[in-house]
Design a protein around this ligand. Structure first.
Ligand SMILES: [Mn+2]
Length: 221
């Protein structure tokens, strides 16, 4: 049995199958961990989801911001933007309900013993301990799997930065943003979701989350 981890697939189905052939992936024996953003941008988001759904027990995917966006489009009346065109085939698929249900039951973080790794899409907020990572992930997972998920998905698009005093939709957004969008924080510990450039090009007061001083979750668990 071998466990493999993959970065953002973003609809690249052909490349995934080529990779799996190359490693001689055996669904009965091996496990695949994906770091989120399975969909959007690339050509075959529907095929990626259908294939991973069919593998079921052999796959875990921690949710990324594009995965959240797809679930929001499926559960709310939010209109597709032109850059969401690659998601249309999923939303009009006869298999839509199964695929979205599968996706919204994926976790926000995954502890993979075989790889000695904690897997998230974007990052772990520097102020969070491992216990907090688990607690906050479970909080969001129970919301997005629940009957009232659409209430939160409708309010999802905001740049709320984590603070322990947030409640309701702001707390939901801040936790989701930390797990799925965080790159940089300023000296006050606030996330900057606008800056997407590489660390050597950004303003001096912005610190990549993984270099933040006194980060609670260390690189070695
Ligand atoms: Mn992403």
């Amino acid at each position: 049995m071998t466990t493999y981890a993959f970065g953002d697939l973003q609809g690249c189905y052909e490349e995934l199958r080529l990779l799996l052939d190359r490693i001689e992936f055996d669904p009965a024996l091996d496990k695949l961990c994906f770091t989120g953003d399975l969909v959007n941008r690339g050509p075959d988001s529907l095929k990626v989801l259908e294939y991973l759904y069919s593998l079921n027990e052999s796959v875990v995917n921690v949710l990324g911001n594009h995965d959240f966006h797809l679930i929001a489009l499926a559960l709310t009346d939010r209109k597709l933007r032109s850059k969401d065109n690659s998601l249309s085939p999923i939303l009009s698929s006869a298999n839509k309900i199964n695929l979205i249900e599968w996706l919204r039951h994926q976790p926000l973080f995954h502890m993979e013993k075989e790889l000695d790794a904690l897997i998230v899409h974007a990052g772990v907020h520097p102020s969070w301990s491992l216990e907090m990572v688990k607690k906050y992930a479970e909080e969001i997972q129970s919301i997005i799997r629940g009957n009232d998920a659409s209430v939160f998905f409708k309010a999802m698009y905001s740049d709320d930065s984590w603070s322990s005093d947030l409640i309701g939709k702001k707390r939901f957004n801040a936790i989701v943003n930390s797990f799925t969008r965080m790159r940089y924080l300023n000296g006050l510990g606030e996330c900057d979701f606008e800056e997407k450039d590489s660390p050597e090009k950004v303003a001096d007061d912005l610190i990549p989350w993984y270099l933040y001083p006194n980060r609670k979750v260390k690189n070695t668990l």
